[in-house]
Design a binder for this molecule. Structure first.
Ligand code: DGY
Length: 311
């Protein structure tokens, strides 16, 4: 039986994912998508604009993104063209929640400045007020978007002695809330969030959600963490708030326009930046790759996709 023809980006991938591609698919690696290819494996780097979708050969029927987010795909254009689009939900929950916790700790304990002091040999010895940060124990964590990742972060935050509050479109069942306090509006959540962590998808409704007005509603000296998408934050407003101390520090794993980020973030000492590492563990990236291939295999065998994007 002939193996389904797919196009795969020319990027490094976990060995197990590459081995499965070689065993189960006839894969074209990188370059333009040739006629005859039925499925595309893409990553958040591949922007499927309406123009890119229109330029695909007619043989392409399915696009599987190696990510849970699909804001890099123009879904209306894909739908209009009759493409099936799939993503990789569930498997990156724990890894992304770990990075959110890492950013909360790194931002609140001034890890960037501390590391620079050691690396640049400017550390002259212990002193009682050196790089004084802010303890998270007893502080209020506001979670915007209490889906799987938000809930996994809540569990970690409780273990650190934080009080968890959240805003979500719908209130969770008590078992999922696990004691977290629901806020029906952002306006209610923001003023009590000593630390605010963003876990909402990038949509037109969340574009620049954290603008100057909303940043001003946080307590003075709040910590902001973003592992969702850069577009949720208004960069000019955040950089201004980091300058005045309204936001004491930020931990950012995602940026508008990444990897071409606003250069001001590179020099701000109170920003702890990471290059979109939320799901970057070998376990999670393997599971994501396998999930994307499961979707391609199902659709190209004439079955229903396992994880269709239904937006
Ligand atoms: C996703 O899957 O959307 C993540 O942002 C990639 O780490």
């Amino acid at each position: 039986m002939s193996r389904p023809r797919i196009h795969v980006p020319d990027l490094p991938m976990p060995d197990a994912v590459l081995a499965r591609i070689a065993a189960e698919f006839d894969a074209v690696r990188g370059g333009p998508v040739p006629d005859g290819v039925a499925g595309l494996l893409i990553t958040p780097r591949d922007k499927l604009t309406p123009e890119a979708i229109a330029a695909l050969p007619a043989s392409v029927t399915v696009v599987a993104t190696f990510s849970v987010g699909y804001d890099h795909i123009n879904i209306p254009a894909a739908k209009a063209r009759g493409l099936i689009v799939t993503n990789t939900p569930d498997v990156l929950t724990e890894a992304t929640a770990d990075i959110a916790l890492l950013l909360i700790l790194a931002a609140s304990r001034r890890a960037r400045e501390g590391e620079a002091m050691v690396r640049e040999d400017t550390w002259v010895g212990w002193n009682p007020m050196q790089l004084i940060g802010w303890q998270i124990t007893g502080k209020r964590l506001g979670i915007v978007g209490m889906g799987r990742i938000g809930q996994a972060l809540a569990q970690r935050a409780r273990a650190c002695g934080m009080q968890v509050h959240y805003h979500n479109r719908t209130r969770l069942a008590p078992a999922e809330e696990a004691g977290a306090i629901y806020h029906a509006t952002l306006e209610s959540l923001l003023p009590i969030s000593d630390v605010l962590s963003l876990h909402a998808p990038a949509t037109t409704a969340t574009d620049r959600l954290m603008n100057a007005d909303r940043l001003a509603q946080l307590p003075h000296g709040a910590i902001l963490v973003n592992t969702a998408r850069g577009t949720l934050v208004d960069d000019d407003a955040l950089i201004a708030a980091l300058g005045t101390g309204q936001i004491a520090a930020a931990g950012l794993d995602v940026f508008t326009g990444e990897p071409a980020i606003d250069p001001r973030y590179r020099s701000l000492p109170n920003v702890f930046p990471l290059p979109h590492l939320g799901s970057a563990t070998i376990e999670t990236r393997t599971a994501m790759g396998m999930r994307a291939l499961d979707n391609l295999a199902a659709v190209l065998a004439g079955k229903a996709p396992l994880h269709p994007v239904t937006a």
